[in-house]
Write a protein that binds this ligand. Structure first.
Ligand SMILES: Cc1cc2nc3c(=O)[nH]c(=O)nc-3n(C[C@H](O)[C@H](O)[C@H](O)COP(=O)(O)O)c2cc1C
Length: 488
């Protein structure tokens, strides 16, 4: 099969590329009444490192005793190879480290300034050619319960639409596109969960304060992967339209189409659009829900909800699901690239920045330290908006390799004086260790070799490996040349 490189116009095109490159696992059926799909997601994560896990597609799923047609797809992102495809970068042939550098370099070309993405305005297409309008459901024909939304955990409050972009329009601040989980509450009602402080939450609470009674809203299931990346990462400031950034990253506009029942515009190539209105004079319970850190979040007594007025979808829609806290559900490359180049512009000797997959709250940095204190200064700068634990290494540490990271912390770091603790600051809400949701302490660990003036030893002994390479450079050539023969 021929692998077509992105940027893709639709999720299904990306799935086809994963399939063609042998990176998609196809599973005929699963029994989610027995939580088979959730347990499978855990077992993949238990048995494989995160770069070796696969996106998986389940053709049909048993839900509440019924076999429901999918496909349900999951674990779609979070691997450099797959994300490279999504961003139109050929992943072939490189080591992981080289691919990481190449992806970041390519994404830098899509920035107008360090950390600032190019913008391309979306274009409106006619409803007649919009794939998301191939099937229209109104009135009694709407039954959200008939679709394969999954209940991930026995303790979840219900089944969830958890990989969709919630699109709102504010009269002053414009459009907002954010990925927020939506609990399926009945045939025509869903919860909508922007956490306090999120841009969607700010828009809804602002309109409520102004006395607005209800807001039109559209939930776009599975726009193209880049639009989904922008919807799921903080890449747009408040009042900046995510679809312009998605266009800039794609190098071509996102095609949008008007909703059936409101002026809200939605990505035309999405798999499904759930349209409706969010009442602002009422709220209701939502959750509990197994959240991104892998712990069960609280049942919320008062949360937003939406009354559904219309559903449009493609023929045979694809249903992405987040097995939240287990699978990798959002492309991380753009956020990594934006942060790397933003901080590199201030401190050019920062050589890499990495947000390890599956380790929420941890950020690893490397730096070519030129003066005492620079490692800690770089870590403090990054900690202002990223991570709970920011660890700074010398540039010889491969931050994509968790073993090397842990080894360097063990061998090079002295907790005193090479640590700084920030006692309390704003942070990502679902971290279960927080005493007050949304507030966290932070630590910056300077695991660069500390110089004497930083409190380190008078001198550092040479690395044994460097000694070997210096004294007997042919040793590695010998082993590399015979490598395959050792495994026969
Ligand atoms: C699969 C997935 C589910 C998410 N669910 C939520 C959610 O329920 N509530 C929330 O506030 N953020 C959630 N997020 C994170 C937001 O999408 C992200 O912070 C985004 O920047 C929010 O958009 P905004 O900046 O326009 O508010 C989720 C992200 C992903 C990838």
């Amino acid at each position: 099969m021929v692998v077509t490189l992105g940027p893709y116009d639709s999720l299904r095109d990306y799935i086809a590329a994963l399939d063609a490159s042998g990176r998609l696992l196809r599973i005929p059926d699963m029994d989610q009444d027995k939580f088979e799909a959730t347990a499978f997601a855990y077992r993949q994560a238990d048995r494989l490192d995160s770069e070796s896990t696969r996106a998986f597609l389940i053709e049909q799923v048993k839900i509440d005793g019924n076999v429901v047609a999918g496909p349900v797809v999951a674990n779609l992102y979070g691997r450099w190879q797959d994300e490279a495809l999504a961003f139109g970068i050929d992943p072939a042939g490189d080591s992981l480290k080289a691919l990481y550098r190449r992806v970041l370099g390519e994404l830098q070309k899509r920035m107008s300034a360090p950390g600032q993405w190019n913008r391309i305005a979306p274009v409106t297409v006619d409803a007649a050619v919009a794939p998301c309008k191939q099937v229209r459901l109104t009135g009694a024909a709407i039954n959200l319960l008939a679709f394969p939304w999954l209940k991930n955990f026995p303790t979840d409050g219900g089944r969830y639409i958890n990989m969709a972009s919630v699109i709102l329009q504010h009269p002053e601040h414009g459009r907002n596109v954010g990925t927020y989980r939506c609990q399926v509450k009945s045939a025509t009602r869903i919860g909508v969960n922007p956490e306090p402080g999120q841009h969607g939450w700010r828009m809804l609470t602002d309109l409520k304060r102004k006395g607005v009674k209800e807001v039109p809203c559209a939930v776009a299931l599975a726009p193209d992967p880049i639009t989904f990346a922008v919807s799921s990462n903080k890449m747009a400031g408040f009042g900046q339209d995510e679809l312009f950034i998605a266009g800039g990253l794609r190098g071509k506009p996102v095609e949008i189409v008007t909703c059936e029942t409101s002026d809200v515009m939605v990505p035309a190539h999405a798999e499904m659009i759930v349209e409706g209105v969010i009442p602002l004079d009422a709220m209701e319970p939502e959750g509990p829900y197994g959240e991104m850190y892998g712990y069960q979040g609280p049942r919320k007594e008062q949360n937003f909800f939406m009354n559904v007025t219309t559903v449009t979808h493609r023929q045979n829609p694809v249903f992405p699901n987040s097995f939240t806290g287990i699978t990798h559900d959002m492309p991380r490359a753009p956020q990594t690239a934006a942060q790397f180049y933003k901080y590199k512009a201030i401190m050019p000797n920062i050589t890499s920045l990495y947000i390890p997959r599956g380790a929420n709250g941890i950020v690893a940095l490397t730096i070519d330290k030129r003066m005492a204190g620079e490692g800690m200064a770089a870590g403090q700068a990054v900690a202002t908006d990223l991570g709970k634990v920011v660890v700074v290494f010398d540039s010889d540490i491969d931050v994509l390799n968790p073993g090397k990271i842990l080894h360097a912390i063990g061998a090079r770091w002295q907790p005193h004086p090479a640590s700084t603790i920030i006692p309390q600051t704003l942070a990502m809400a679902p971290d279960p260790s927080q005493r007050n949701r949304g507030m966290s302490s932070k630590i910056i660990i300077d695991a660069t070799r500390q110089w004497p003036e930083e409190g380190g030893p008078p001198s550092w002994p040479p690395l044994s490996r460097d000694q070997l390479e210096k004294e007997c450079p042919e040793a590695f050539q010998l082993v590399d040349g015979k490598w395959d023969s050792y495994w026969r």
